[in-house]
Design a protein. Structure first.
Length: 483
């Protein structure tokens, strides 16, 4: 039996209100606006960093053995790099085994579900990570409807959470959205086409085929998880497919928007919060065809927690529309003299020290127990130095406390002020670090922090970017609401 043993999710802290989008560009007469919010990645987040955070949440569940993983698939329609492989950065940040096969997947919003389908049909343990931050045209309906986020699924390692009963992936040249090479934003076709040919014709066919593979009748399904951007269409699919007893999982449209390749998995994680052992779920998504997977909840479902509820409730409502276009690089702005420094690519250095820079691995001295970062051959102590006594010591999950804090409004920052200071690691060690997230300026000495994988800096001329770990508050701001 193949099965899913864990699901992790990640949502950025910012929630851009749709009323703010309407106020900024609604006068153009486009499709922007509506109620609720859409998730918005911070300036130092991208599909890779969001994927890493979702994967960390996933691997922290169920005591899964990371050394057993034999495959990592990173699915996205918004890859950071065309070359090199995006999955290799996720692999390095997670400190997975060197013999783990890494693969990028994309080209369709259902790439995450396609990768999951492939993993469930195989025997070896795999990690599927799906993340997107869609680039849309200003004042388009997609701008307000979309959102940024990620999800990760662990297959075949640890205790079963959802058993796999069968599934199908059907290919079809049905194009409702496309993005040609050299164009920065996608273009959408009319909604009626997607509804009639996609959801009302192709999806019921795929659901019937998946039920046949699973040897189940439509009455056996308890829940349908299906991203659907068209109002009122999902209940019609439920009826057309004959799923008389099934309930629809919430789409999260009012809270996050549609997060692309990871959205079906985000919806699944949210739906599992009220699931009971033995209930059967159809997980479905359109995108140049359709993928439908049938899974059944196991006993471990009662203790299932992804952290998604906290991520949803601790969002910070943002009313400044310009942050969306500036964070996406869609608006030119004067960075000032301090913002004109070129980013050193240093590809050879980043490879030689990738365990420290991407995996955040320091060293712990066997003689003194002292922790230091970066690691080196020399270990310092109060009585002198020790040679070659440092053992690898991962710091990404250690957490720490703010020792000193500076909010610098003179240094260049894409979201002033530039916040940094000394952090004391739990378990020993100290490092000067950047603080990030929209509320970073609220930190002060003694606050608890945790560490996140983020963009360190980027060069807009070449598209090159460097990654490192930053500190964020371990106790985020209280919940906020929006209309």
């Amino acid at each position: 039996m193949t099965y899913i043993s864990a699901i992790g999710t990640y949502l950025p802290r910012l929630r851009l209100s749709r009323s703010a989008i309407a106020s900024a560009v609604g006068w153009l007469g486009g499709g922007s606006g509506g109620k609720g919010t859409r998730s918005l990645a911070f300036w130092d987040e991208d599909s890779i960093t969001m994927g890493v955070e979702a994967a960390r949440q996933c691997l922290a569940q169920g005591g899964a053995d990371q050394t057993a993983l034999r495959q990592l698939v990173f699915a996205t329609t918004t890859p950071v790099f065309r070359e090199p492989q995006n999955a290799s950065f996720v692999h390095a940040a997670l400190r997975l085994q060197a013999d783990c096969l890494t693969q990028d997947a994309g080209g369709t919003a259902r790439s995450g579900l396609l990768a999951l389908h492939q993993a469930l049909e195989q025997a070896s343990p795999a990690l599927v990570v799906a993340a997107d931050m869609p680039v849309t045209l200003a004042a388009s309906a997609a701008e307000a409807r979309s959102g940024d986020g990620a999800a990760a699924v662990l297959v075949g390692a640890g205790q079963p959470l959802l058993s796999y009963l069968g599934g199908v992936s059907m290919a079809a040249p049905l194009v409702d959205r496309y993005q040609a090479s050299g164009h920065e934003a996608g273009v959408e076709w009319e909604e009626r086409w997607l509804r009639e040919e996609g959801f009302m014709t192709l999806m019921p066919q795929a659901i019937a085929a998946a039920l046949q593979r699973a040897n189940l009748s439509p009455d056996a399904i308890d829940c349908l998880v299906m991203p659907c951007p068209i109002a009122g269409c999902a209940p019609a699919v439920l009826k057309a497919a004959g799923l008389a007893k099934a309930r629809l999982a919430p789409t999260l449209a009012q809270e996050t928007g549609d997060t692309g390749s990871g959205h079906a998995l985000l919806m699944l994680a949210h739906a599992l919060g009220g699931m009971k052992a033995g209930e059967t779920i159809l997980l479905a998504q359109l995108g140049q065809g359709a993928t439908v997977l049938v899974v059944q909840a196991q006993e471990g479902i009662a203790d299932f927690k992804t952290g998604l509820a906290a991520q949803l409730s601790h969002g910070l409502v943002e009313d400044n529309y310009l942050k969306l276009v500036m964070f996406r690089g869609q608006l030119a702005w004067d960075r000032g003299l301090r913002g004109r420094t070129a980013v050193n690519e240093a590809l050879s250095t980043s490879y030689r020290y990738h365990e420290a820079l991407l995996g955040f691995v320091g060293g712990r001295c066997r003689e003194t127990g002292r922790v230091q970062f970066p690691p080196s051959r020399l270990s310092a102590s109060g009585t002198g130095f020790h040679l070659d006594t440092l053992d690898p010591y991962p710091l990404a999950d250690a957490g720490g406390k703010v020792a000193t804090f500076t909010a610098d409004r003179l240094a260049f920052s894409r979201h002033p002020p530039n916040c940094y200071g000394l952090v004391d690691f739990n378990g020993g060690g100290r490092l000067m670090m950047d603080f990030t997230d929209p509320d970073a300026a609220g930190l002060s000495g003694g606050d608890d922090v945790r560490f996140v994988f983020r963009i360190k800096d980027m060069d807009e001329r070449t598209g090159y970017r460097r990654y490192f770990w930053k500190a964020v508050s371990a106790h985020p701001a209280p919940p906020t609401t929006s209309d």
